[in-house]
Design a protein around this ligand. Structure first.
Ligand SMILES: Cc1cc2nc3c(=O)[nH]c(=O)nc-3n(C[C@H](O)[C@H](O)[C@H](O)COP(=O)(O)OP(=O)(O)OC[C@H]3O[C@@H](n4cnc5c(N)ncnc54)[C@H](O)[C@@H]3O)c2cc1C
Length: 395
């Protein structure tokens, strides 16, 4: 329930972007109402990064983001960069570490980040209305009327920060997209991103048999290429490299997987055949791949036994399977498990400097609802902080 009838700013969505924007606006002396239909603020922060919140990435640049306009995110990322957020975290004494590839995680629980934001919001006198739904938002002469369940509030600036469609169980609604189109904004088609890929038939059976096994792999789709872990699961393929490529992958097209990126397996097999023909194929391949995986691939190309007994063409086939495995995903696990939603509010109609709508003065869009989606690794939170911060300076 809102305590007043009039606010300078109403922010819809108390996630990472909404909280950060509300804090900044409050610090600038604006009266702010932050609304969320969930029981608690910052729920995705709480569950993020396996409970330790990968809150930013030391190597953040615009190249870590997908968008129809790849330059759009540059201004916000420059105005409030990853160092700015790291300063914020350090100021609050939250211990953290770099896990890998520049990814910064809390040493302790991710709730430390939520508590930090709630403390800042309190200090900035932000009013938070939880378990509150917005039914409609209308323009008035001087701003907006926000229709709540049993009352309405007025504001000069309205900020849409209600995220994407990922994980409906956690309160994701897609309401932000509806509001955007009510105000005449166009959208880039939304898709599930950072999501496991699913398979059917023979490949699914193979994945099931290997479920739980992980390897360091390079996964490629078109020009996108990621070297990170790959995990076999009962539904298909997952792990960081697969989640990353899922944001680029398009239905009906193959991805290429290199299961042993540091070794040319064809060359290894042909050379070892010459120098040590008595060596078993399985033993040779298993020096570079988990044994269970090596055995399965060898069965597939039917070259069990000693290297000397194999035709070169079969060894080449096996090498291709390891270094250039082409697989056709049947689909993704969808919004049910996707970490993010690709696409969203068209950036052509927003100011990249302020996140304000070019169509409706006083209306702002920040965070995941905008057509800016980060790679895995802390980039999505950095976008939430950066876009929230810049909007907070201008609402
Ligand atoms: C399992 C998981 C792990 C993740 N881990 C990481 C990580 O470690 N690092 C990283 O950078 N990113 C991570 N992400 C992605 C990251 O959580 C999101 O990109 C980020 O939370 C987006 O912030 P946001 O504020 O735009 O939206 P959200 O955090 O989704 O917040 C939107 C808020 O709006 C509220 N809301 C929605 N609809 C309505 C409505 N109709 N009325 C009222 N309120 C509404 C929701 O309840 C929610 O509180 C993860 C995502 C998931 C799902």
């Amino acid at each position: 329930m809102a305590s007043k009838k009039n606010y300078n700013v109403v922010v819809l969505g108390a996630g990472a972007a909404g909280l950060f924007c509300a804090i900044e606006a409050g610090k600038k002396g604006r009266s702010v109402l932050l609304i969320d239909h969930a029981k608690r603020a910052g729920e995705k922060i709480r569950i993020s990064g396996g409970g330790r919140c990968n809150f930013t990435n030391m190597h953040t640049t615009h190249k870590n983001f997908l968008s129809n306009n790849p330059h759009f995110c540059k201004s916000a990322l420059k105005q409030f960069d990853h160092w700015s957020f790291i300063d914020f975290v350090q100021k609050h004494g939250i211990a953290h570490h770099e896990k890998t590839l520049g990814q910064l995680f809390c040493d302790g629980k991710s709730t430390q980040i939520v508590d930090m934001l709630l403390d800042e919001a309190k200090a900035a006198e932000v009013e938070i209305a939880l378990e509150t739904s917005v039914n409609d938002v209308n323009r008035t002469e001087h701003g907006f009327t926000v229709q709540l369940d049993t009352s309405s509030v007025k504001c000069q600036s309205f900020v849409v920060a209600c995220g994407g469609k990922s994980i409906p169980k956690m309160g994701a609604t897609g309401f932000g997209y509806q509001l955007a189109s009510n105000f005449g904004h166009s959208q880039v088609e939304t898709r599930a991103g950072l999501v496991p890929l699913t398979f059917t038939d023979g490949l699914l059976e193979r994945c099931k048999e290997l479920a739980g096994l992980s390897v360091d792999a390079v996964v490629t789709f078109g020009k996108a290429r990621f070297r990170e872990g790959l995990l076999f699961t009962h539904r298909g393929l997952s792990g960081p490299s697969i989640l990353q490529i899922s944001s680029y992958w398009r239905e009906g097209q193959e991805i290429e997987i290199d299961l042993a990126p540091d070794v040319d397996v064809t060359e290894l097999l042909l050379t070892t055949k010459k120098t040590n023909g008595k060596a078993e194929v399985a033993t040779t391949v298993a020096k570079h791949l988990p044994k269970r995986l090596a055995e399965q691939l060898i069965t597939l190309v039917d070259c069990q036994g000693r290297l000397a007994d194999q035709q070169d063409k079969h060894l080449r086939q096996l090498g291709d399977m390891v270094n250039r495995w082409h697989v056709l995903p049947a689909g993704t696990e969808g919004y049910r498990t996707a970490e993010v939603t690709l696409g969203g509010v068209n950036t052509n109609e927003l100011s990249s400097k302020t996140m304000e709508s070019k169509l409706v003065p006083g209306l702002f869009f920040i965070g995941e609802v905008v057509d800016v989606t980060g790679h895995l690794g802390g980039f999505n939170f950095q976008w939430a902080w950066s876009s929230g911060w810049v909007a907070g300076q201008h609402v």
